[in-house]
Design a protein around this ligand. Structure first.
Ligand SMILES: Cc1ncc(C[n+]2csc(CCOP(=O)(O)OP(=O)(O)O)c2C)c(N)n1
Ligand SMILES: [Mg+2]
Length: 396
């Protein structure tokens, strides 16, 4: 006997119409859909309306950013920095993210977003503390309103939503801008963050830098979504697709999303289409999974060159302006070199200090072992300078 043949069934009343009540989308998805092509301004008629002051400001920041990336990468080769995930090629995203925010807002960067933190005003050496191998992020997140550079993928996103939601409940007009990579959009945290952000109308902007790869995994193996911006629609949120190498376009779109969030209009997901010109980090060999020809196609769409083209057309790319900009970038690099060459004063025992409010037995045992090793090393060093056992022999 089928369900419909059971006594008392509503067989007679049933029909082949849709589920009761008739289902329909609760919001119209059409306005949430991203543009079909990445939004751009440079190279289009719209470029004419751009303010020259904004263009020169963006240019100076981009040039400084590229120099910073090159210097930080050089520091890894000199053993002064443990690891550096370069944002060369992605400077327009980094700089626009920083400039879109006001002082009262919060930035939630990933490990690749040192530049956004520096463009927001963070000390360039402090910004590298974590990547240098220290146990802390090197700055007070509350003072700068920059969360620690986040290594576990996408975990910064629910944090940003929580902060933004709390600010809204308190009546503070604070916006959180959270940065994540294309690979990070496959993490559960990404979905949970977007879901709650829209439900709560949290003032958050999610900036996905689609740089083509998650280490060696290309986007085509990451997702079957039409674009990453389309993912927004599933949560009832608008998705914007932008040319991530077009600095004024990035600046405009992120600025609009921040304003919308501040007005109480809810979150936005922005996908910036860009490219990671360097390897994933200094520890990666990108030639193993992509061709030089591919990299060259992106070099031809370089964010600095795009801006130079517009500046030159306006007669603003003068020798003097270029020289001043380069000099400022060189000073930044020189300062970084000099200060990163000083040995940091580290206490290895700090490793155990802030893990738990109350140390576990296992951690206490590990701390005791490290303390004993450090004491043995110090004793060996003393004996060594006294001309007896060398430090190396004192080690187990
Ligand atoms: C939760 C988690 N899983 C795995 C890793 C290892 N991991 C570090 S970077 C990375 C790739 C991330 O790619 P993407 O999100 O595109 O950011 P990109 O490095 O391109 O900026 C992976 C898998 C990690 N850090 N955290
Ligand atoms: Mg990526």
């Amino acid at each position: 006997m089928t369900v419909l043949e059971q006594p008392g069934s509503s067989r007679n009343k049933s029909s082949l119409a849709g589920p009761p009540p008739a289902w329909r989308p609760r919001v119209d998805p059409a306005p949430l859909l991203p543009d079909e092509e990445p939004y751009r301004i440079l190279g289009t008629d719209a470029a004419a309306r751009l303010d020259s002051g904004l263009l020169t400001r963006l240019y100076a920041q981009l040039v400084r950013g590229r120099r910073y990336n090159a210097q930080a990468t050089a520091l890894t080769r000199q053993g002064r920095l443990a690891v550096y995930p370069s944002s060369t090629g992605q400077e327009a995203c980094e700089v626009a993210a920083a400039l879109a925010l006001e002082e009262r807002d919060w930035l939630f960067p990933s490990y690749r977003d040192t530049l956004a933190a520096v463009a927001r005003g963070l000390d360039p050496v402090q910004a590298l503390t974590l990547l240098r191998g220290d146990w802390h992020c090197g700055y007070d997140p509350h003072e700068h309103r920059i969360a620690p550079l986040c290594t576990p993928l996408a975990t910064q996103l629910p944090h940003a939503v929580g902060l933004a939601h709390a600010a809204r409940l308190k009546g503070d007009e604070v916006v959180a801008l959270a940065m994540v990579g294309d690979g990070g959009t496959s993490e559960g945290d990404f979905h949970e963050a977007l879901n709650f952000a829209e439900l709560w109308q949290a003032p958050v902007v999610f900036l996905v830098q689609n740089n083509g790869f998650a280490i060696s995994v290309p986007l085509a193996k990451q997702t079957a979504a039409p674009s990453l911006a389309h993912k927004a629609v599933g949560y009832g949120m608008p998705g914007r697709l932008v040319d991530g190498n077009d600095a004024p376009a990035m600046h405009e779109v992120l600025g609009e999303a921040v304003q919308r969030a501040r007005r109480g209009g809810g979150p936005t997901l922005v996908e910036a289409v860009t490219y990671r010109i360097e390897a994933h980090t200094n520890a990666d060999d990108a030639t193993r999974y992509r061709t030089d020809a591919e990299v060259e196609t992106w070099r031809a769409h370089d964010p600095i060159a795009l801006l130079e083209h517009e500046l030159a057309g306006r007669g603003l790319l003068t020798d003097e302006f270029v020289a001043t900009t380069r000099e400022s970038a060189e000073q930044l690099a020189a300062d970084l070199r000099e200060r990163m060459n000083a040995d940091p004063v580290l206490n290895p025992m700090d490793l155990f200090t802030h893990v738990f409010a109350e140390q576990t037995g296992q951690l206490r045992a590990q701390a005791a072992q490290l303390r004993a090793e450090l004491e043995a090393e110090a004793a060996g060093h003393t004996e060594d300078t006294a001309g007896t056992a060398p430090a190396e022999e004192a080690r187990p």
